[in-house]
Design a protein around this ligand. Structure first.
Ligand SMILES: [Zn+2]
Length: 261
């Protein structure tokens, strides 16, 4: 981590927040297009209800939503609150990672991973599917940034073990549940996602990640209406849990160990 003078550090944190909100905005739009089977990269941003191309004034994350009072400037249709939530989440998460990891390659690695997790959460929530491409991209990011970590051999070993334990564990659990319930219980996407996340969390933080994901998943399931009986996506819970675990997982584990010993 590079030590920055105070003023530049504050500038870096502000820039990270704006970047996070913009990435949140982009990921939300890209996820919508992916779900609607449209090209993610082609075409300019437009209002989903009237189709009007958006101007630069409509595209400021968070601020545009507030100044337009959540409505399209051209047709008056409500902009989904989800846009504002992903922008806020992106801004806050990037700010916190920039604060904890400072001006470093690890911050960059985490920011890319956070964008992937945000996309996974949104797409899984809408479609109950996690695109393989996003998870493969996560694995590539893990490998590419290995040299940025001090003891990268240890990180690789811990990551591989985490992927094996949590991905493999989930696979065995799902096979047992399939046998008992006589239907497919856990999605293949969840298992692959745990393999990818296991790389980043390693063994100890991986356990915390699963516990947190279960708590978040339970809360989300309680908040969801009764009519969604066909199942519940676990990807968003895993994604949000990983955002917290990779940020403050070590501190939570230390604090917990201090309490019991
Ligand atoms: Zn419109």
């Amino acid at each position: 981590m590079l030590e920055l003078p105070a003023a530049i550090r504050i500038y870096f944190l502000i820039l990270s927040t704006v970047l996070g909100a913009s990435i949140g905005s982009f990921v939300n739009c890209a996820a919508d297009r992916y779900v609607a089977n449209q090209s993610v990269w082609k075409g300019r941003s437009h209002c989903p209800s009237c189709g009007h191309t958006l101007s630069i004034l409509d595209l400021f994350p968070i601020l545009s939503y507030i100044f337009l009072r959540g409505k399209c400037r051209y047709c008056g249709e409500h902009i989904p609150i989800r846009c504002l939530i992903t922008e806020l989440l992106g801004g806050v998460v990037f700010l916190m990672y920039a604060y904890v990891y400072g001006f470093s390659l690890i911050t960059l690695e985490m920011m890319i991973l956070m964008a992937i997790l945000l996309a996974v959460a949104l797409i899984d929530y809408d479609t109950m599917e996690i695109p393989d491409g996003l998870l493969q991209f996560g694995v590539i990011v893990f490998l590419l940034f290995l040299p940025a970590h001090g003891d990268y051999a240890a990180r690789l070993e811990d990551g591989a073990l985490g992927a094996l334990i949590y991905g493999g564990g989930m696979l065995i659990l799902s096979l047992i549940m399939d046998l008992v319930l006589k239907k497919e219980s856990l999605g293949g996407g969840d298992i692959k996602m745990l393999i990818m996340l296991g790389l980043f969390t390693g063994v100890f933080k991986g356990l915390l990640n699963i516990l947190l994901a279960c708590v978040i998943g339970l809360l989300m399931a309680l908040g969801r209406s009764k009519k969604d009986e066909e199942g519940f996506p676990f990807g968003p819970a895993l994604a949000f849990a990983a955002m917290a675990t990779l940020l403050v997982g070590s501190q939570i584990i230390d604090w917990y160990l201090e309490i019991i010993f």
